[in-house]
Design a protein around this ligand. Structure first.
Ligand SMILES: CC(C)(COP(=O)(O)OP(=O)(O)OC[C@H]1O[C@@H](n2cnc3c(N)ncnc32)[C@H](O)[C@@H]1OP(=O)(O)O)[C@@H](O)C(=O)NCCC(=O)NCCS
Length: 193
């Protein structure tokens, strides 16, 4: 059976929640819609239902078991079953000669500007480059998303390019600035993986 990582920082705990936590994610989605909608793809059908979040969490656990993603939910360290503060997702893990993944994140509007995402990502990245042995994390943001750009710069990500009409976000195709971070202690890919 796949072990589910639980990562702690001074204030936070990050883990990949089971389907039974769907109502907590639904609450986050409802309470943060006004704050997040302009930075995210249009909502899929059922986005504001518990069933949608249960299926999404079930899929996250399946992807974890297959080594395809790590979709962390962030909560207070002293209230791990309490309110969801945010998400940081390491998606589309590719092994072989690439050893790379894509990063996406969002924080509750009441918790912006307190260094929470920086604290969460510092710890998650340590795990991705350490026990997960990945080599590259790619993160792309819309040029007007200055908070996201500042966060990535502070974490050490470098700009690699500019992609026109890169993703369909909110209501249209948006240019993105492409950045990445490589493992400061690189290792060769594991044999066979
Ligand atoms: C981008 C986003 C995740 C940043 O979250 P955050 O928790 O505010 O980010 P940080 O952890 O970097 O905190 C940043 C701010 O807290 C301040 N701060 C306070 N205490 C801090 C601490 N102990 N450590 C670091 N920063 C601290 C920093 O000065 C910084 O201010 P700045 O953004 O004006 O430079 C958040 O704005 C968000 O959810 N945006 C909408 C969704 C989104 O854009 N997703 C990404 C799409 S690419």
């Amino acid at each position: 059976m796949q072990l589910v990582p639980v990562l702690e920082t001074r204030r936070l705990v990050l883990t990949i929640l089971p389907g039974s936590a769907a109502s907590r994610l639904l609450t986050f989605a409802i309470e943060n819609d006004a704050h997040l909608a302009r930075w995210e793809p249009p909502h899929p059908d059922g986005f504001f239902t518990e069933g949608f979040w249960r299926r999404r969490l079930d899929r996250s656990r399946e992807e974890l078991a297959r080594g395809e993603s790590l979709r962390f939910t962030i909560a207070h360290r002293d209230a791990p079953d309490g309110p969801v503060l945010g998400h940081c997702n390491f998606n589309q893990i590719v092994r072989g000669a690439f050893q790379a993944c894509y990063l996406g994140y969002s924080i509750d509007h009441r918790w912006q500007g307190k260094g929470v995402m920086f604290e969460a990502l510092e710890r998650a990245i340590e795990f991705i480059f350490g026990p997960m042995r990945l080599h590259r994390i790619m993160a792309n943001y819309i040029p007007t998303n200055e908070r996201s750009g500042r966060l990535l710069r502070r974490l050490g990500f470098s700009v690699e390019g500019y992609a026109r009409d890169y993703l369909y976000i909110h209501d249209g195709w948006r240019d993105h600035i492409m950045t990445s971070l490589t493992n400061p202690n690189p290792t060769a890919p594991a044999a066979g993986g």
